[in-house]
Design a protein around this ligand. Structure first.
Ligand SMILES: [Cu+2]
Length: 460
C-alpha cells in the first residue's frame, strides 16, 4: 500500500503531479457536471457539507460548489477542463472553455488542514494545467506547466495533492497558454474555511470572479488574442441583467469575496452601506488594520474580501465604477456629440437611409430606444427596474436587503417596496434660484463638443 507520505514524496521526486494510468482510472472520483443546464446560470446555494469537518458554505453568484468524495481521510475532487456554452445574459451565449460544464468552474470549498486530492482531466484540444493561486503547497503541485510539472496533454488526467494550510480566499486557473485559456473563461474560486467555524463567521458569504471577453457583436467565440480592448465585462461570466442579486436579511453580517482574473483593475462600489476590507489572497487583515471604504479596487490577479452589516433595507447597486465596465459590447470609436445640433444632417441622411437615427446629441442614454441588434448581441445598456430602464450592463448587480428572510433563503424577493415619502420625486412648485459658479461662461458660438480622434484606446 502506498501511504500518503510516499505518494507526496514520489510525486515531488517526479517533479510534479503524476499522470494517472488507465488502470488507475477506476480510482478517480466522478466529475459532477454543473447542476443547471448550460443555458441556465442560476445561483446554487450549496448544502451543508455532507462529511468532513463542518463549515459555513459560500454562495457562488451564478455558479455552484463542487461536491467531493472522502477517501481514506482525503477530500477528492475531479475537475474536467472542457469547452462549454455559457449564457452571458438572456439573449447572448458564448462558446467558452471552463470546468465541469460551466465557466467559471465550480467553487472548491475545503477546511483548513484538509488534505486535498484534485484530479484534473483535460478535454480541451490543447495542453493545460492548474495553478492553485495563493496556496502554500509543495513546489511540484503549483501547476506552472514546464516549470513545476509537464503540461497535461489532451485526454490525460493529472492529480494534485496538498494540504490546505490556512483559511482564506483563493482562485485556480490554468498556467499553460494563459492568455488564450483565461481569455476563454478558465478559472474558478477556492475557499479554505477556518477549522473553527465560529472564526471569521458571517451570516452570508458570497463569492465571484471578475473576467472579461472580447466577443464581436454577432459572434459567439471570444477573440483570445485581445490584450486590453475587451468588450464584455463579466461577474462569473455573466453581465447585468443576467447577474443574480445578492439577497441578504436585514442586519446580517455579509461578506463578499471577489477575485480578478481579467486584464485590468475593477474598483467595486457599494451603495447605501460602508464596508471593511477584511481579507486578501494573502490572508485575513487584523481588525485594527481595516479601513472603512465604499469602493475597493481589485487589481489584476488580486482577491478582496469585504464585510459589512446590511442595516439598510432596499435594492442597492453593487458594481464596478469604471463606467464602460457597466456596459455591454459597444463601439467606442465615437466622437462626443453632446450639444451638437445635427438635425439638418439627419434630414439629409434620412433621404438616403430611411429610419436613420441621430444618437448622442443629448448624451448617450439609450434605455428608451429599441434598436435592431445583430444576432447574439446584448444591448449596451439594459435592465429595467420598478421605475424604468436601469441602463446598466456588464459588472453590475444588486444587494437586496430585506427584513425577516429565513436563514439560507437566497430567493430573489422582487423589487423593494419603498415606504411612502422616501423616493425622490418630481418637484412641481417654484424652485429656489440656483447659485452659479463664478467662472466666465463660454461665449456663444464657441465649440462645446470635443472630438478626439485616433491614438487608440489602450488606456482601459
Ligand atoms: Cu471594472
Amino acid at each position: 500500500m502506498t501511504s500518503r507520505r510516499h505518494f507526496i514524496t514520489g510525486a515531488a521526486t517526479m517533479v510534479g503531479a503524476a499522470a494517472v494510468s488507465k488502470a488507475g482510472a477506476a480510482g478517480i472520483p466522478e466529475a459532477p457536471a454543473a447542476p443547471s443546464s448550460t443555458s441556465s446560470a442560476a445561483t446554487v446555494p450549496p448544502p451543508p457539507p455532507p462529511n468532513g469537518r463542518p463549515y459555513n458554505p459560500v454562495v457562488t453568484l451564478n455558479g455552484w460548489s463542487l461536491p467531493w468524495r472522502m477517501k481514506d481521510g482525503v477530500k477528492e475532487f475531479h475537475l474536467v477542463a472542457e469547452p462549454v456554452v455559457r449564457e452571458i445574459a438572456p439573449g447572448m451565449k458564448a462558446n467558452l472553455w471552463g470546468y465541469n460544464g460551466q465557466s467559471p468552474g465550480p467553487t472548491i470549498e475545503v477546511v483548513e488542514g484538509d488534505r486535498v486530492r484534485l484530479f484534473v482531466t483535460n478535454k480541451l484540444p490543447e495542453v493545460t494545467s492548474i495553478h492553485w493561486h495563493g496556496q502554500f503547497l509543495p513546489n511540484g503541485m503549483d501547476g506552472v506547466a514546464g516549470l513545476n510539472q509537464p503540461a497535461i496533454a489532451p485526454g490525460k488526467t493529472y492529480v494534485y495533492e496538498f494540504v490546505a494550510r490556512y483559511a482564506g480566499t483563493f482562485m485556480y486557473h490554468p498556467h499553460a497558454d494563459e492568455m488564450a485559456q483565461i481569455g476563454m473563461g478558465m478559472m474558478g474560486f477556492w475557499v479554505t474555511h477556518p477549522k473553527d467555524p465560529r472564526q471569521h463567521a458571517v451570516d452570508r458569504d458570497f463569492v465571484f470572479l471578475l473576467n472579461a471577453y472580447d466577443i464581436d457583436p454577432g459572434s459567439y467565440t471570444p477573440n483570445v488574442n485581445e490584450m486590453l480592448d475587451f468588450n464584455i465585462w463579466t461577474i462569473n461570466s455573466r453581465v447585468f441583467p443576467g447577474t443574480d442579486p445578492m439577497v441578504v436579511r436585514k442586519d446580517d453580517r455579509v461578506r463578499i469575496r471577489m477575485g480578478n482574473l481579467s486584464m485590468t483593475n475593477h474598483p467595486f462600489h457599494i451603495h447605501g452601506h460602508r464596508f471593511e476590507i477584511t481579507g486578501t489572497d494573502g490572508g485575513w487583515i487584523p481588525p485594527a488594520a481595516r479601513w472603512p471604504e465604499v469602493t475597493v479596487d481589485i487589481g489584476v490577479g488580486q482577491m478582496r474580501a469585504i464585510e459589512f452589516v446590511a442595516d439598510a433595507p432596499g435594492d442597492w447597486a453593487f458594481h464596478c465604477h469604471k463606467s464602460h465596465h457597466t456596459m455591454n459590447a459597444m463601439g467606442h470609436e465615437v466622437p462626443n456629440l453632446i450639444g451638437v445640433d445635427h438635425r439638418g444632417v439627419a434630414r439629409q441622411i434620412n433621404d438616403l437611409v430611411p429610419g436613420y437615427m441621430v444618437m448622442g446629441d443629448k448624451g448617450g442614454s439609450m434605455g428608451s430606444m429599441k434598436m435592431p441588434l445583430p444576432e447574439n448581441t446584448l444591448p449596451m445598456m439594459d435592465g429595467s427596474g420598478p421605475f424604468g430602464p436601469i441602463e446598466m450592463g456588464g459588472m453590475f448587480t444588486m444587494i437586496k436587503v430585506r427584513e425577516g428572510l429565513a436563514r439560507g433563503d437566497f430567493r430573489d424577493p422582487g423589487w423593494y417596496k419603498h415606504p411612502a415619502g422616501t423616493v425622490a420625486r418630481e418637484w412641481t412648485g417654484a424652485a429656489p434660484e440656483a447659485v452659479r459658479a463664478p467662472a466666465t461662461p463660454a461665449a456663444p458660438g464657441e465649440p462645446v463638443a470635443t472630438v478626439k480622434r485616433g491614438g487608440g484606446h489602450g488606456g482601459h
